[in-house]
Design a protein around this ligand. Structure first.
Ligand SMILES: Cc1cc2nc3c(=O)[nH]c(=O)nc-3n(C[C@H](O)[C@H](O)[C@H](O)COP(=O)(O)OP(=O)(O)OC[C@H]3O[C@@H](n4cnc5c(N)ncnc54)[C@H](O)[C@@H]3O)c2cc1C
Length: 498
């Protein structure tokens, strides 16, 4: 077991679990040093400065899924490369950590993306916000859809309201926009975001605003046309204005010059030194009759006792840890499945690639005979990702719709990713740099009924004083929502302990 090795103050709060030093000091354990667990720890630090905090992390570094690697002059994000700023929590955390001036905007000159059709990259129609078009012009002229597909999408204006009850993303999108619009545009865009199967994902839990738009305005197109321009509403009609429509969406994302690991490092620095124990897998969690929480840590002879605990691991781990505490809660958590994915990062010399790379990347419809989910032109999106004259592209594979590909070994995944890019972008030679990052069972799938399931989980957790759950399985998978979930879990415990 080792401390996260970042500079800080000498520590008064270690993981000793020793009550004798100060019997009144509250002791809180946080299991998991991903962004959710770290956000919980920081919030507790702010709310209960006198409490002793210990974050137990199974891996050899904090950050969980978030990790940045430097290789041969490339800066490679192995998972998330940015976060959205319309939800306040990540932005506020950066302000709290003094990182606000470090935030990196996406390159305004190339704010658009492509979709694959018959092996070619075609620009996603301007003004399309995932499934809500704010402009009909680009939809009418796009070569992505047949004339019938375009008519059917425009007819969304006249499709009657649904019941407002939860349904799958696919059924919602097909009902409103027709099969072709769903298969050619909406499915690849949504599938790329959740690495999930839209036939199973809940519209209410993943994109409730579209359900609201339908209920309030009777049509998503009408709702978008009534929105002010600043919210992605009706545009000025200038097709070269890439700060509008779907382009505006890319302007809402920010990264960091040293990657997402910069955020993790700043969070670790803001916690007391020694409060994060890496290489410390929690093997079991129990509650004693006296109301203490006992943790057994791999390699440690005796269990450690705490007044409160935040479980901030991936959902599969949370389910196992809580099985001994509350089997019914564990069964509810078991109803949230997960998917796996891999990110293959490839570096090329610019002259190896024929395509203009005048966008941030592309998504692949499931009906296209390509084995990959999407690609991100990382060095176009953010500066500083590749050395001069070189290009970094990240390819996403697997997910709920193509899990079988992940059985292949790393060299095979690199070959699949490279061959797919070679066909789409006109690449002549092998990549000069490659890195495979596998994410096994870390992406929860928000299935139809997710919102009610989470309400039942919350009710169950409320029966256990001193217990809180955080993570990406509950109210959003994105970095800002994970931060919020950690902060909410910490707030609940802070109120109890105070
Ligand atoms: C490929 C990919 C790309 C993504 N892209 C984006 C993006 O661009 N923007 C965005 O906003 N979001 C993105 N996301 C989503 C987002 O990054 C994740 O949802 C989020 O980082 C999850 O954080 P977490 O702390 O909840 O979980 P995790 O990061 O999984 O952290 C959980 C931690 O718990 C530890 N742990 C597990 N079991 C134990 C145990 N028994 N004892 C101790 N420790 C344990 C794990 O080692 C891990 O460190 C992406 C996700 C992936 C996989």
């Amino acid at each position: 077991m080792k401390e996260a090795s970042l500079p800080g103050e000498p520590d008064a709060e270690t993981a000793s679990g020793d009550r004798i030093a100060n019997p009144k000091q509250r002791r809180v354990a946080i299991i998991g040093a991903g962004i959710s667990g770290l956000a919980a720890a920081l919030h507790l630090r702010d709310r209960l400065p006198e409490a002793s905090l210990t974050v137990f992390e199974a891996a050899s570094r904090p950050g969980g899924v978030l990790h940045t690697v430097r290789q041969d002059g490339f800066l490679i994000e192995t998972s998330a490369d940015s976060f959205i700023t319309t939800m306040p929590w990540a932005l506020r955390l950066c302000q709290r950590l003094g990182l606000e001036d470090r935030l990196l905007q996406t390159d305004a000159a190339h704010r658009r993306a492509f979709v694959v059709r018959r092996g070619r990259l075609l620009p996603i129609p301007d003004g399309l916000m995932i499934m809500a078009p704010s402009r009909l012009g680009p939809l009418v002229t796009t070569p992505i859809l047949s004339p019938w597909g375009k008519l059917r999408m425009a007819a969304e204006l006249f499709v009657p309201r649904g019941s407002g009850r939860d349904e799958s993303l696919a059924s919602f999108a097909r009902r409103r926009f027709g099969r072709e619009g769903y298969e050619r545009l909406i499915q690849p865009l949504v599938g790329g975001m959740y690495t999930g199967d839209p036939e199973q994902l809940s519209i209410q839990a993943t994109m409730p605003r579209f359900l609201d738009m339908e209920q309030t305005h009777g049509s998503l197109i009408r709702a978008m046309r009534r929105k002010p321009r600043s919210e992605g509403g009706k545009q000025n009609g200038n097709p070269s204005d890439r700060t509008s429509g779907s382009g505006a969406r890319y302007g809402l994302f920010v990264g960091l010059p040293d990657g997402m690991s910069e955020l993790i490092a700043a969070m670790v620095r803001a916690l007391p030194a020694g409060s994060i124990q890496c290489g410390a897998a929690v093997q079991s969690l129990t509650r004693t009759p006296a109301g203490d929480w006992q943790l057994v840590i791999a390699g440690q002879p005796a269990p450690l006792s705490y007044d409160a605990v935040v479980v901030a691991t991936s959902i599969g781990q949370s389910r196992s840890l809580l099985a001994g505490v509350d089997p019914e809660l564990s069964v509810l958590l078991d109803e949230i499945p997960t998917s796996s994915s891999a990110v293959v990062s490839l570096g090329y010399r610019r002259e190896q690639i024929q395509h203009r790379l005048d966008g941030f990347g592309f998504v692949v419809p499931r009906i296209e005979p390509l084995p990959i989910l999407s690609g991100s032109f990382s060095s176009v999106k953010f500066t500083g990702r590749a050395p001069d004259g070189q290009v970094l592209i990240r390819v996403f594979l697997g997910g709920a719709v193509r899990p079988e590909l992940l059985d292949r070994d790393d060299p095979q995944l690199i070959q699949v990713a490279h061959e797919s890019l070679a066909g789409l972008l006109g690449i002549r030679q092998q990549p000069i740099v490659s890195l495979v990052s596998r994410w096994n069972q870390v992406m929860p799938q928000y299935l139809v009924g997710h919102t009610e399931r989470i309400a039942r989980i919350r009710e169950r957790v409320a029966n256990w004083p001193g217990l809180a759950l955080a993570g990406n399985a509950f109210e959003g998978i994105g970095v800002p929502q994970c931060i919020h979930s950690g902060q909410q879990a910490a707030e609940r415990l802070a109120e109890e302990l105070a």
